[in-house]
Design a protein around this ligand. Structure first.
Ligand SMILES: *Cc1c(COP(=O)(O)O)cnc(C)c1O
Length: 460
């Protein structure tokens, strides 16, 4: 193997740059499907070696037509951030360095960078400086890791050693979550053997009803976990974490916050009212690949008392190095081996600085509010949510018409948003998550929506 086969790497870099130079203007939806890509690549394993540079060339030619332009500043699907150039550069270095980011003393370079990234993040988000930060693949894994720490603590407080004795015969762990929690919370609870959460009612913006939560907790004494949300997928709304945490802590419950894209509001003085009380929770999950605009994949599992994370996720093995000075990265996440995905986080924070992160988050909210205001002016469009953060949910009349406009918008190619169901109706959801979505991009987006509406009306 030639580790310096620069022709393959050079071609990859050149084609990657070419992709990035075109992605903002190319039609957003993929123009080819899975079968087409596989046909172009050839379905059978080559019997003999091929030149690496040729493989890279064929890979790019076959795959590019089937890529979705999710880095476009007019892409609003799901919750998907763009790619900051410095994060991309750092991510490439991570791959070239190929460190297993598991152990602190044996892989000090990347461990040092990730620790700094974690420390800076806690400072930016106003979370306890003593909390642990584990780098996961995303917020799903971060919810899992943080809730594993929660499960450990509430059962330990009830005198049960879940790491040693498992869940069979354990005291029942009550889990309460808001009716509009994200589906990944359900998955995390399922992976942890905790079953489905009891659901506390939500208000018209999807925020947990705190008095109802307090009532549900009223006769609780045993191990209890309360899962709250900072940033509702549809409305962007934030649970009142301060009040909910007070009610939960009065019953000894652990409070976890899923803030996959919303936790970043805590960095912005302007958005402080949304983040009020966030720091009172016991654990938090968020993503860097959404709001911070680092490439996939990077989530963060934050636990206020690191010993709870290490007890749940660490393991004893003589060949793994223990340190007195810091927690080995692998003891805070499910993976024992992983890439140093925290390095692009550090690079992005180092490039933006504090004011740059605030401007990034405020800019997303400004663009979302601009978009909502402009869409409200389009006849036949209704904005369903209070646009307090980055999410804008709209309808175009009945479900059928909303679906038709969504399809016409995708065919138009200029902008892309996700369809979903919220509060019983079909919606088109715009998630402003790309740092390059500015007022001009919003205008182009609204023009595209007007064109899509025109297409639907002409064919109706
Ligand atoms: C995206 C999202 C998740 C899951 O995050 P992944 O990074 O996709 O694993 C969890 N909660 C909320 C609110 C989200 O928006």
């Amino acid at each position: 193997m030639d580790l310096t086969d620069e022709s393959a790497v050079d071609l990859a870099v050149a084609r990657a740059k070419d992709w990035l130079s075109r992605v903002a203007e190319r039609p957003i939806a993929p123009a080819a499907d899975v079968a087409t890509v596989q046909e172009a690549l050839g379905a059978t394993l080559p019997p003999d070696p091929q030149a690496a540079v040729d493989v890279v060339g064929r890979l790019v030619a076959a795959v590019e037509p089937a890529l979705i332009g999710s880095q476009s500043p007019r892409f609003y699907g799901w919750v998907i951030g763009g790619t900051h150039p410095v994060a991309l550069a750092a991510d490439w270095l991570v791959t070239a360095w190929d460190q297993n980011a598991a152990m602190r003393t044996t892989m000090p370079g990347t461990a040092a960078v990730e620790e700094l990234a974690g420390t800076w993040l806690l400072d930016l988000l106003g979370l306890p400086a003593s909390a642990s930060v584990g780098f996961t693949t995303g917020a799903t894994a971060a919810n899992f890791a943080a809730l594993a720490a929660a499960r450990h603590r509430v059962l330990a407080d009830a005198g049960w050693d879940v790491e040693r004795d498992g869940l069979s015969g354990a005291p029942h762990v009550r889990v309460l979550a808001g009716a509009e929690r994200h589906g990944s919370v359900d998955l995390a609870l399922r992976y942890l053997g905790l079953g489905s959460a009891e659901l506390a009612p939500a208000d018209d913006q999807g925020r947990v009803d705190v008095p109802a939560l307090a009532t549900a907790l009223a006769d609780t004494t045993g191990p209890t976990i309360v899962v709250l949300q900072a940033g509702n997928l549809h409305s962007g709304a934030f649970d009142d974490v301060g009040s909910a945490a007070r009610a939960a802590h009065a019953h000894g419950a652990w409070v976890h916050v899923d803030g996959a894209f919303g936790l970043w509001a805590a960095a912005s003085p302007r958005l402080a009212h949304l983040a009020d009380g966030l720091a009172d929770a016991d654990s938090w999950a968020t993503d860097a690949h959404k709001t911070l605009n680092t490439p996939y994949d990077c989530g963060l599992a934050i636990v206020s008392r690191p010993a709870d994370a290490v007890a749940a996720l660490g393991a004893q093995a003589s060949y793994l190095v223990d340190t007195a000075t810091g927690h080995d990265p692998w003891t805070l996440v499910p993976e024992m081996s992983r890439r140093a995905r925290g390095v692009p986080v550090w690079a992005t924070l180092a490039t933006l600085g504090r004011s740059g992160v605030v401007a990034l988050v405020d800019g997303l909210v400004d663009a979302a509010q601009d978009l909502a205001a402009a869409l409200r002016d389009v006849p036949g469009v209704a904005v369903l949510n209070d646009v307090v953060y980055t999410q804008v949910c709209v309808t175009f009349g009945d479900d059928e018409r909303t679906a038709a406009v969504a399809a016409a918008l995708r065919d138009d190619g200029e902008a892309y948003a996700s369809t979903s169901r919220w509060r019983g109706v079909e919606v088109l959801r715009f998630s402003v998550s790309n740092a390059w979505t500015d007022a001009a991009e919003v205008r182009r987006t609204v023009d595209a929506v007007r064109r899509a509406l025109g297409t639907v009306d002409r064919t109706a």
